[in-house]
Design a binder for this molecule. Structure first.
Ligand code: PEP
Ligand code: MG
Length: 580
């Protein structure tokens, strides 16, 4: 029996087998062949293309089933590439001239194409290189009769153990079979953590060497709450965790029963509890937990799957589906927040020294107005289907907010001229996630219909600590007095201008923070749908008066340590059910 401790990223207790997912161990064999063996290699190649093609069709079916036909569209280009006659011709020609094994040739031909596209300077072409590498890997895996390890193909329940996961891995994995996620890297607000919470999958990140410490098939216990992983547990430990698991599930179902009760403090203040979503697939849980709306739709996840060429029709159909799925509760669509930690090809290829401080979010959209306008048109058109709010990410000052709003107005005029309907009542909000925006929130408040505080980035930029870097995760502190002061300033300025102030960063779903946020005066909290019941229970057991008293005491404290200790004691004394 051996224990490891990481960063608790999504709660839940799992006892299951480990499944090591490590795409990095991909090596291509090389050997010489004789002229007589060329036909055999051609035969192998043709068979591999056939089975790769079957695999892709299967994958397409399952994505269509889980998401929608539109979201499976990116696979069409993979299927086309697989059958491209020019590609085949190049492979066969080189096979005959080089006399090397066909895996090696495929790799070489693809590499040459990738190099050519990268050198072309054409952004659209460059975006194709990731797809090409993916297709090459699929062909080579089939040539080597190596089943491509794909998280979407899992057939039994496992805990996925991996160095890192791409958002697309997390989106596409078979969520019925992935019972938990353990990762070498990552922190509480990294995107794998956010997605894991959205899907209700327990996760522990920042385990540093877990992929070397565990092997596929090992029996492990993971406790997403405490960040504890136990390898080869003895009988007694197993029995203890089985009991803990039962208690946890009982508690969850008790909390779930609160779904039809209002989210109101004991002295009658209603706090709207909304859900954050990344893909429309999450609507079921949003409705199951009775969220008061969607407080943050991270629309960039669509482009991370399909590429920037995603057209207006596709976006329109996704937004419409989400709006209709919310049956009249408002949906807040955040415009594309690509870049930083949410890299897409076009930005990744710029090789920025500081992507987190670079060409991202609203900066990207104000530069790529073509992309921005397509998204705004799609949102406006979808607004006919139900209440929508538009929100701009990473605003750092009034100029950006004015420019973004100006473009939105231009798009509205275009639609009017074309006779295309859209709602005349779409609140336009500003995310407050950069310290300069918080500091000038009095100015921004005059030009925005609402504020939503993005604490994941606000903490990152205020304390200058990379939110995804496990090495410095102990510096990432929501209790930092600077963070609390900035939030207070934003709420006061927002309310001073008569606009509502919400929060959609992970802090909004952290039970340890709830009473503080009530004291700070937040009107709306948006979080993973699974987190709503616990936060609701705390709200329902508190008065605004005592929340303000608690906040008053904390605001006089000087150190994170003092605030942290005081809050934990205060919360644990009052709420025996708390899990934070
Ligand atoms: C945030 O920064 O708090 C936020 C909600 O946005 P994201 O996590 O997508 O950057
Ligand atoms: Mg953010």
């Amino acid at each position: 029996m051996k224990e490891f401790r990481g960063i608790s990223a999504s709660p839940g207790i799992v006892i299951s087998k480990a499944f090591l997912y490590n795409e990095e161990n991909f090596t291509v064999p090389f050997y010489k062949i004789t002229e007589d063996e060329v036909d055999r290699e051609i035969e192998r190649y043709n068979r591999a293309i056939l089975s790769a093609s079957e695999e892709l069709q299967e994958l397409k079916k399952s994505i269509t089933r889980e998401y929608s036909q539109e979201e499976a569209r990116f696979l069409d280009s993979h299927i086309l590439m697989l059958h491209d006659p020019m590609f085949k011709e190049q492979v066969f020609d080189r096979l005959k001239s080089d006399l090397s094994n066909v895996e090696w040739i495929v790799q070489g031909v693809i590499q040459a194409l990738v190099d050519k596209l990268n050198a072309s300077g054409d952004i659209y072409m460059q975006e194709r290189t990731m797809d090409m590498n993916d297709v090459a890997k699929r062909i080579i895996n089939n040539l080597m009769m190596r089943k491509r390890i794909s998280l979407s193909d899992l057939k039994e329940e496992v805990i996925v153990v991996t160095p890192d996961l791409l958002p697309s891995d997390t989106l596409l994995m078979n969520k019925r079979m992935v019972k938990g996620i353990l990762m070498d890297v990552g922190g509480r607000t990294s995107h794998t953590a956010i997605l894991a919470r959205s899907f209700g999958i327990p996760a522990i990140l920042g385990l540093r060497t877990i992929t070397r410490d565990l092997s596929s098939g090992d029996t492990i216990i993971m406790d997403g709450q405490s960040g504890m992983v136990i390898l080869d547990p003895d009988k007694e430990t197993l029995a203890r965790y089985r009991r803990k698991q039962t208690e946890y599930l009982k508690r969850e179902s008790k909390l779930y029963n609160l779904k039809n009760f209002p989210s109101e403090t004991q002295d009658g203040k209603e706090i709207l509890l909304k859900a954050n979503i990344e893909v429309p697939d999450e609507l079921d849980s949003v409705n199951a937990f009775n969220a008061a709306g969607i407080g943050l739709f991270r629309s960039e996840f669509l482009v991370m799957q399909t590429g920037l060429e995603m057209d207006e029709e596709l976006q329109y159909s996704v937004y419409k589906k989400v709006i209709e799925g919310m049956n009249g509760s408002p949906v807040t669509i955040r415009t594309l927040d690509v870049g930083g930690d949410k890299l897409i090809n076009e930005i990744a290829q710029k090789n920025e020294k500081n992507p987190l401080l670079g060409w991202r979010a609203i900066r990207f959209c104000l530069d790529r107005i073509d992309v921005f306008k397509v998204q705004l048109r799609a949102i406006l058109r979808a607004s006919v289907a139900g209440p929508v709010r538009i929100m701009f990410p990473m605003i750092s000052g009034i100029e950006e907010l004015e420019k973004a709003t100006g473009i939105l107005n231009e798009v509205k005029r275009d639609l009017e001229a074309e006779g295309i309907a859209f709602s005349s009542d779409i609140p336009v909000g500003c995310m407050i996630e950069v310290p300069s925006a918080a500091m000038t929130s009095d100015i921004l408040a005059r030009k925005a219909d609402f504020f939503s505080i993005g604490t994941n980035d606000l903490i990152q930029y205020t304390i200058a600590v990379d939110r995804g870097n496990e090495k410095i995760s102990d510096l990432y502190e929501p209790f930092h007095p600077a963070v609390l002061r900035l939030i207070r300033m934003v709420v006061e300025n927002g309310h001073g201008a008569g606009i509502p102030v919400g929060m959609c960063g992970e802090m909004a779903g952290d039970p340890m923070m709830t009473v503080i946020l009530l004291g700070l005066g937040l009107d709306e909290l948006s979080m993973s749908a699974f987190g709503i019941p616990e936060i609701k229970r705390i709200i329902r057991s508190t008065t605004i008066l005592e929340a303000e008293e608690l906040l008053g005491t904390l605001m006089d404290m000087k150190s994170i340590r003092d605030i942290d200790r005081y809050v934990r004691n205060w919360m644990e004394e009052r709420f025996e059910f708390i899990t934070g």
